[in-house]
Design a protein around this ligand. Structure first.
Ligand SMILES: NC(=O)c1ccc[n+]([C@@H]2O[C@H](COP(=O)([O-])OP(=O)(O)OC[C@H]3O[C@@H](n4cnc5c(N)ncnc54)[C@H](O)[C@@H]3O)[C@@H](O)[C@H]2O)c1
Length: 253
């Protein structure tokens, strides 16, 4: 692999102020992309932009709530305005709550759908408008193994992530003719700011015991797969759901 294989590309990563999104921003910048780092607040975005620049990379801060049609459009337009082109979109941002069926609240459902589902739909409209049909583009949607293997208290989360796989395939069918590839990654549980509240030592040990590769995944593992799907190395891949999980989802050990 050419380690600057994303040189000249402009990428937007939503929710890149923490966790998987932040690590993806760092890795894409290291591979040469100009990375537009999106999150809700300046204090989340600024350290990531600074980090990238201090390593000699190119980055721009895109402070924007992407939970509305206008919000995700503005984030993509600002990225295009910054880079004068738009090649890679990573729909990573999510707002997640796990609730038992009787306790599911409409506010929770609305917010989870706005951030993690509807924004992906609206992002496609805007990405298509700014991606150059000559150069094409790559969209990576961050789904989850919860799209395939569900646990209790995750009706809304599993539903949304399953829907993301459907959106990925349908968009791939529609956008292939424009040279735009659309893929998804499905991570298993990896330690991030967002998953801290749902983790404990016993749960981690149980997961590790059921994982053929014998460890939890890391943000680095997931980011590498996102970068792969975004890059030309994955040039004949579209409509795929890449399960990055150490083998836990499809095995029984
Ligand atoms: N970490 C895991 O175990 C895991 C497993 C499977 C899938 N995923 C998926 O990976 C993605 C990233 O997860 P994570 O654990 O890194 O999350 P995280 O909570 O650590 O980070 C998510 C970031 O998104 C930002 N964000 C939330 N709402 C936003 C909005 N409206 N506009 C802009 N930014 C917003 C947050 O401020 C935060 O910085 C999510 O889609 C998640 O569902 C994570």
């Amino acid at each position: 692999m050419n380690n600057k294989d994303l040189l000249g590309r402009v990428a937007l990563i939503t929710g890149a102020g923490a966790g998987i999104g932040r690590e993806t921003a760092l890795q894409m910048a290291a591979r040469g992309a100009t990375v537009c780092v999106n999150d809700l607040k300046e204090e989340l975005v600024a350290p990531v932009v600074e980090d990238i620049r201090s390593r000699g990379g190119q980055a721009a801060a895109i402070v924007q709530n992407i939970a509305s049609r206008e919000g995700i459009r503005a984030a993509i337009q600002a990225s295009f305005a910054h880079g004068k082109r738009f090649d890679i979109l990573v729909n990573n941002a999510a707002w997640v709550r796990y609730q038992a069926i009787p306790e599911i609240m409409s506010e929770t459902v609305e917010r989870m759908l706005d951030v993690g589902f509807k924004s992906v739909i609206w992002s496609l409209q805007e990405a298509v408008a700014v991606m150059d049909p000559q150069c094409g583009g790559s969209i990576v949607n961050v789904a989850s193994v919860a799209a395939m293997r569900s646990a209790a208290n995750s009706v809304v989360y599993s539903g949304i992530k399953s829907g993301i796989l459907g959106i990925t395939r349908a968009a791939a069918a529609e956008l292939g003719a424009r040279n735009i590839r659309v893929n998804a990654v499905c991570p298993s549980a990896v330690p991030t700011e967002g998953t801290q509240r749902n983790r404990n030592a016993e749960r981690d040990a149980n997961r590790i015991a059921r994982t053929p590769l014998g460890r939890l995944g890391t943000v680095e593992d997931i980011a590498r797969s996102i970068c792969f799907l975004a890059s030309d190395e994955a040039g004949f891949l579209t409509a795929q759901s890449l399960v990055v999980d150490g083998g836990i989802t499809f095995t029984n050990i």
